[in-house]
Each structure stands twice: as structure tokens, then as C-alpha cells.
Design a binder for this molecule. Structure first.
Ligand SMILES: *Cc1c(COP(=O)(O)O)cnc(C)c1O
Length: 363
């Protein structure tokens, strides 16, 4: 619950996250809709988010790191938990003990996991990640060719599916999407027959050709628009409200904040909140973002400081210390805030700070 002294309250709507998962599922694109809950569910809290999604019927969860997987295992004893970062060296026994599924990213990882399976004398669950264009993780063309000519390299694994990842899924008409899909299909044709997974959030909106067997949405669950340039089909899931700490009148010609990057063109009233870049409220919002009071926009003026941010409240003289300004919410979505700061909604969410008072509305 919000305490009397919280400088800011972040409200996370678990019901909206579940509704977004159901809506993605209802697209009918794919056999199974998983949930990507890496980076603490994009900053919103992996444990409460995953629990709500599991209660709604989600069975497969993706995380980025081994640590995220072990911690999620405490929350979800029975779910399938897949580590996108792959099999971390030396972590084989811990993965096996906690039934964590690595997205095997190279022939070396396949070898390490099959060795562990032999050591334990039982098949170990795995998925195999193919690189079709990202050039970060996954078997490259050469490794894929070696595997194609020697399927026995997978012996000892309970191979669940093959996955790859789209470079430009949010740009619907980017020819890279079709090129990657064709490359993926060509490689799958030479590998053991298994289900396949290609689509992230935006990939789920590229049409049924991109659905394959399992989709891996993350951002869309959390309300980021998976179809940039078109209306957002997802429900917003977060609101961030900050308390006004101070209101002061300054004369025309006075400046606000570090380096005096904003000068009052008229006698002005400045409202200061206790949120700054240490809270993930990026310095890139300086002189660019907006807050809302009672539905009215207040421009952010001057530089964002570490713990404080100033707004021009001249046109809202009723604002008093203790009032709340909306930084994210119905008037200002995550995507709009991101655009003003020159970034993407993903970064706005994953940066959400540890000092906020967090309130979860139930699913
Ligand atoms: C993060 C990630 C996803 C989820 O992507 P969204 O765009 O957030 O839906 C899916 N697959 C992989 C490999 C990822 O790294």
C-alpha cells in the first residue's frame, strides 16, 4: 500500500496483463502462447506477474538468465522455464536439478548438455536456438549445417522445439521478416522434426505464417504497442504517479535545474516531484516529457536530476504540495513517454525504479 511518505506510486494492473495474454492467445496465431518474464517481467515484478499468468493457464515462461530461472522456479514449481541466455558454463547440474530448460545456443552448449544427460543417465529437456539474422545467440549457418548432417549430436536430449528470433518484427513490411522465416524453414527442414517458435509480441501480428507452434510475447503483455504506427491493441498495465514536494513562483528570466537549460519566459510556477534518473526516470526526459494533473498536461522543464524533476505548473495554480502528478497512465502511455525520451517502451518499463511504492491490482 502507498505510505504517507512515498514520493511515487507505481500501480501494476495484473488483470490487464492477464487480459493481454488472453488477447494474444485469442489471435489464434499459434498452438501455445508462452510469456516472456525476463528482466523481472520487464520491470513489473516476475513473481506476481508469472503467478497471475500461470493462474490464467500460461504454462511456458522465458527468462534471460540462470538466476532469473532459479528464482522463478520458487514461484512456479511446475511450469516450463526456459533460459533464453542459454546454458551458462558450470550451471549444468543446477539447471538439471531445478528442471530448467536451456535455449541451447551453440554446438558447445549442446555438447555440454548432452554430457550432463549422460552423467545423470536421463534425458534432459532442451530447446535449440537458431540464429537467422540477429547475430547474437543461436547456432549460426555453419553450426546448423553440422547439426543437420549429424542429428546424433542431440542424443540424450528431450528436444522440445527449435526457436529463432526476428530482427524487425515491429516493422510489418520489412522484407527481413519473410527472409528470416524462409531461412528458418530451410534450416528446420534439415533438422529432426520438432515444433518451432519464431514470433515475439510484434511477430504475432505479422500473420499466420509467423505463428508456428509457440509464440514468445513479452512487451505486448505489459502494454507496449506491438504494432507501432497503428492503434495499440493491448491494454495499458502501469501507472506511475509522483507526489508534488514543492511549488514555487519564479520571475520571468529565472532558470530551473542543472545547467540552466530552461528559462522562464514569463513569471512562472514550478512544481517539483521526488522522482529522478536514479528512479529510472531518464535524464533523456529533460525538457521533453509531460506530467498530467487532473487531465491537464504540465511540461517537464529543465534537466531531470538524480532524485527530483521540475514541471511548469504556471497554468495550474491550484496545484499544491502533496498533490499527485501522473507520469505514466491513461493520459500518457509508455510508448508516448518513450518517444519523447528518444527510446522505446521496453526501456521505460525495464528502468522503472526500485524506490517506487509498488501496488499490484489483482488479476
Ligand atoms: C525478449 C525476447 C522475446 C520477447 O520479445 P517482445 O518483443 O518483448 O515480445 C522473445 N524472444 C526472444 C529471443 C527475446 O529475447
Amino acid at each position: 500500500m502507498a505510505t504517507d511518505t512515498a514520493p511515487a506510486v507505481l500501480t501494476i494492473d495484473l488483470g490487464a496483463i492477464v487480459a493481454n495474454w488472453r488477447a494474444l492467445n485469442a489471435l489464434g496465431m499459434t498452438h501455445e502462447t508462452a510469456a516472456v518474464v525476463k528482466a523481472d517481467a520487464y520491470g513489473l515484478g516476475a513473481a506476481p506477474v508469472a503467478r497471475a499468468l500461470a493462474d490464467a493457464g500460461c504454462r511456458t515462461f522465458f527468462v534471460a538468465t540462470a538466476g532469473e530461472a532459479f528464482s522463478l522456479r520458487n514461484t512456479l514449481p511446475d511450469a516450463t522455464i526456459i533460459v533464453l541466455g542459454g546454458l551458462f558454463q558450470g550451471a549444468e547440474a543446477d539447471y538439471a536439478a531445478h528442471a530448467i530448460v536451456p535455449a541451447l545456443s551453440s554446438l558447445a552448449e549442446i555438447a555440454a548438455w548432452t554430457t550432463e544427460a549422460r552423467r545423470l543417465g536421463r534425458p534432459l529437456p532442451a530447446i535449440v536456438h537458431l540464429d537467422t539474422g540477429m547475430s547474437r545467440l543461436g547456432l549460426d549457418a555453419r553450426e546448423c549445417d553440422i547439426l543437420s548432417r549429424n542429428h546424433a549430436l542431440l542424443d540424450g536430449l528431450d528436444l522440445r522445439f527449435f526457436m529463432s528470433h526476428l530482427v524487425s518484427a515491429e516493422v510489418a513490411d520489412d522484407p527481413l521478416n519473410q527472409a528470416q522465416r524462409s531461412r528458418f524453414l530451410a534450416r528446420l527442414a534439415r533438422l529432426p522434426k520438432r515444433p518451432a517458435s519464431l514470433a515475439n509480441s510484434s511477430g504475432m501480428f505479422l500473420g499466420p505464417d509467423f505463428g508456428f507452434d509457440l509464440a514468445r510475447p513479452g512487451a505486448a503483455l505489459y502494454g507496449v504497442n506491438p504494432t507501432p504506427g497503428r492503434p495499440n491493441p493491448m491494454r495499458p498495465t502501469v501507472s506511475l504517479r509522483a507526489r508534488v514536494l514543492s511549488v514555487r513562483d519564479i520571475p520571468a528570466g529565472a532558470t530551473a535545474g542543472y545547467n540552466a537549460t530552461w528559462t522562464a519566459a514569463r513569471d512562472s510556477r514550478i512544481a517539483t516531484i521526488g522522482v529522478g534518473y536514479a528512479d529510472g526516470w531518464s535524464r533523456a526526459h529533460s525538457n521533453a516529457a509531460m506530467a498530467y494533473f487532473d487531465g491537464h498536461p504540465l511540461p517537464l522543464v529543465g534537466r531531470v536530476s538524480m532524485d527530483l524533476t521540475t514541471f511548469d505548473a504556471t497554468d495550474r495554480p491550484e496545484i499544491q504540495p502533496g498533490d499527485w502528478l501522473e507520469l505514466l497512465g491513461p493520459n500518457r502511455g509508455v510508448d508516448a513517454a518513450a518517444a519523447a525520451a528518444g527510446t522505446i517502451g521496453y526501456e521505460i518499463l525495464t528502468a522503472l525504479g526500485a524506490r517506487y511504492d509498488r501496488v499490484y491490482s489483482p488479476a
